[in-house]
Design a protein around this ligand. Structure first.
Ligand code: SAM
Ligand code: SF4
Length: 466
C-alpha cells in the first residue's frame, strides 16, 4: 500500500488521484466494525468472504471502492451515529465509491437507510450474511443507483448460520468460533432478538472440524461465541454444550478454550464440572446478572430471580478450580428504585466479581421496555453507574490482591515497549503485565509462567519465572 503511494509520489502524480485511480481499477474495500465480539467475528467472516471474491482490504476509506460499516444497535442511539457517519461520507459518492451498511442497525432500520442515505448501495442485516457473495456479485454488475437490501424477516427465521470457510482471522493465536446465533429470550430491554433473529446452533461436528482446522493452523486458544453460548443445542443431538466444551478442549494443540456469553437461565452444573475436569477449559465464567433486584429482573423478563442466580454462582464457587467470575449490569432500568439499585450493589459484593461491564439503560426500538416510562433521568443513571463502578473497583482490588505470590501461566499477547513490559493474559482472563530477565523464550502467542508481584484493580504485574 505505502509502496504504491511512494511510486505515485516519485512519478509526480497527485497521490489522491493515484489512489482514486487504483480504487477504480481494483476491487477494494474498507470495513469498520462497531460492537461486541460477535460483531468483530462476523467482520472476520465478511472480510474472508470479500477476499475470496477478489477484493482487497485497504486501511482507509480514501483507498476503497466499497466502504462497509458493520454496525451494532445494542445501546446509545447507535442508529443516529450510523446516519451521522454516512452523512460524513456523502461527499465521497462523487468519487464512485459504493457504501454498504451491515449488522444490527441494517437489520433494524432496513429501507429507512436508503431513504435517509440514498447513496448507500447495500444494506445487509446480520441474519443474512450468508447471502453476501451473491449480493456482492449483483452490486458489481449493477450501475450507479442500484440498491440491494436483505434484512427480511425470512432471513431472521432461517435455521442456517453464517458459516464460511473464508474467515479472515485477525488474531493469529486466538480464534473465534460462533456456535449459536440469534436469541429467543426476548428480555424486555434488548434489541438482539429483533436484529439477530431466532436462536440457531451449528452441529457440534462442524464446530469440531473448525476447531481442528484452527489447531492445524497453529491456533492454541479458541473462544466459542454466542449471544447465549450455553443455550447451545446440537441439531444432531450428539453433544450438550458442556460436552462440546470438553470435546473442543480435547483437540490436540488447543491449550485454552473460552466461551461467552452464558445466560444464567441455561447455566447448568455440568459446565462447572466440565471446567473442573478439563484442564484446557479456562478458569473463567462470564454470567450477566443485569440487576440484583428480583423485582427489576422480573420487569426485565430475565426469567430468574436473585436467589436462583446466586445458586448458580454457588456452583462456580464450589468448583475445585478457582474460577473467575464476570458479569454485565444495567443501571437505571425504568422503575429501578434506590433500594433496587442497592440490591445490585450488595450482589456485587456477595458474588465478588473479577470484572463488571456496566451500562446505563438505553431504550431500544421494538423492545417491550420502550413502552415503560424511562423515568430515571440520565444524570441519575450516570450517578448510579459511577457508584457501581467505584464499588466494583474496590471489589476487584480485593480479588486481585489474592493473586500476590502466585505463579500463573499467561498467554503472551504483546509488548508495551514504553514500559518494557510484556502483556500476558491469565486463564482467569486477567491482564498480567510482566518483565522477563532477558526476554529469552518470550514471544507473542507463547505461554510462560509469571510470579505475581503487584495487584491493581484492573491488572496484575509480575516477573517471569524460568
Ligand atoms: N445474551 C447475554 C445475556 O443475556 O446476558 C447478553 C448479550 S447483550 C448483547 C450484552 C449486554 O448488553 C447485556 O448483557 C446488557 O447488559 C447490555 N444491554 C442490552 N440491551 C441493553 C439496553 N437496552 N440498555 C443498556 N444495556 C443493554
Ligand atoms: Fe438480549 Fe436477553 Fe437475548 Fe441476552 S438473552 S441477547 S440480553 S434478549
Amino acid at each position: 500500500m505505502y509502496l504504491r503511494r511512494g511510486r505515485a509520489g516519485r512519478s509526480g502524480a497527485c497521490p489522491a488521484l493515484y489512489l482514486l485511480f487504483m480504487a477504480a481499477l481494483e476491487k477494494t474495500f474498507y470495513l469498520e466494525t462497531f460492537g461486541c465480539q460477535m460483531n468483530a467475528h462476523d467482520s472476520e467472516k465478511v472480510v474472508g468472504t470479500l477476499i475470496s471474491q477478489g477484493y482487497r482490504q485497504v486501511p482507509t476509506v480514501e483507498e476503497a471502492g466499497l466502504v462497509l460499516y458493520n454496525t451494532c444497535s445494542i445501546r446509545d442511539k447507535a442508529e443516529q451515529k450510523v446516519f451521522h457517519r454516512l452523512a460524513d461520507y456523502k461527499k465521497l459518492e462523487a468519487q464512485g465509491k459504493k457504501f454498504g451498511v451491515l449488522g444490527c442497525v441494517a437489520q433494524q432500520e432496513g429501507a429507512k437507510i436508503f431513504e435517509r442515505a440514498p447513496y448507500v448501495s447495500l444494506v445487509c442485516g446480520s441474519a443474512s450474511y450468508r447471502k453476501l457473495p451473491e449480493m456482492l456479485t449483483q452490486i458489481e454488475k449493477a450501475g450507479a443507483g442500484k440498491r440491494l437490501r436483505i434484512t427480511g424477516l425470512d432471513d431472521r427465521e432461517t435455521d442456517e448460520c453464517f458459516e464460511t470457510e473464508f474467515t479472515a482471522r485477525t488474531n493469529p493465536h486466538r480464534g473465534y468460533i460462533t456456535i449459536i446465533e440469534g436469541c429467543d429470550k426476548f428480555c424486555s430491554y434488548c434489541v438482539v432478538p429483533f436484529t439477530r433473529g431466532k436462536e440457531r446452533s451449528r452441529t457440534s461436528e462442524s464446530v469440531l472440524v473448525e476447531a481442528r482446522q484452527m489447531a492445524d493452523l497453529g491456533y492454541t486458544e479458541i473462544q466459542l461465541l454466542g449471544q447465549n453460548v450455553n443455550s447451545y443445542c446440537d441439531p444432531q443431538g450428539k453433544r450438550t454444550f458442556a460436552e462440546l466444551l470438553a470435546a473442543v478442549g480435547a483437540v490436540p494443540g488447543i491449550r485454552r478454550v473460552r466461551f461467552t456469553t452464558s445466560h444464567p437461565r441455561d447455566f447448568g452444573k455440568d459446565i462447572v464440572e466440565a471446567i473442573d475436569v478439563t484442564p484446557t477449559l479456562c478458569d473463567h465464567v462470564h454470567l450477566p446478572v443485569q440487576s440484583g433486584s428480583s423485582r427489576v429482573l422480573d420487569a426485565m423478563q430475565r426469567l430468574y430471580n436473585r436467589e436462583q442466580y446466586l445458586e448458580k454462582i454457588s456452583w462456580i464457587k464450589s468448583a475445585r478450580r478457582d474460577i473467575s467470575m464476570t458479569t454485565d449490569v444495567i443501571v437505571g432500568f425504568p422503575g429501578e428504585s434506590q433500594e433496587d439499585f442497592e440490591e445490585t450493589l450488595s450482589l456485587l459484593d456477595e458474588v465478588g466479581y473479577d470484572g463488571v461491564f456496566a451500562f446505563k439503560y438505553s431504550p431500544r426500538p421494538n423492545t417491550p421496555a420502550i413502552r415503560l416510562e424511562d423515568a430515571i433521568p440520565d444524570a441519575e443513571k450516570s450517578r448510579r453507574l459511577a457508584v457501581l463502578l467505584e464499588t466494583q473497583r474496590a471489589i476487584q482490588q480485593r480479588r486481585n490482591l489474592k493473586h500476590l505470590g502466585e505463579i500463573v501461566e499467561v498467554m503472551v499477547e504483546g509488548k508495551n515497549e514504553a514500559r518494557r513490559q510484556w502483556i500476558g493474559r491469565t486463564s482467569q482472563n486477567k491482564t498480567l503485565n510482566f518483565t522477563a530477565p532477558d526476554s529469552t523464550g518470550v514471544e507473542t502467542g507463547g505461554y510462560v509462567h509469571v510470579g505475581v508481584t503487584t495487584a491493581f484493580p484492573n491488572s496484575l504485574v509480575g516477573e517471569m519465572v524460568i
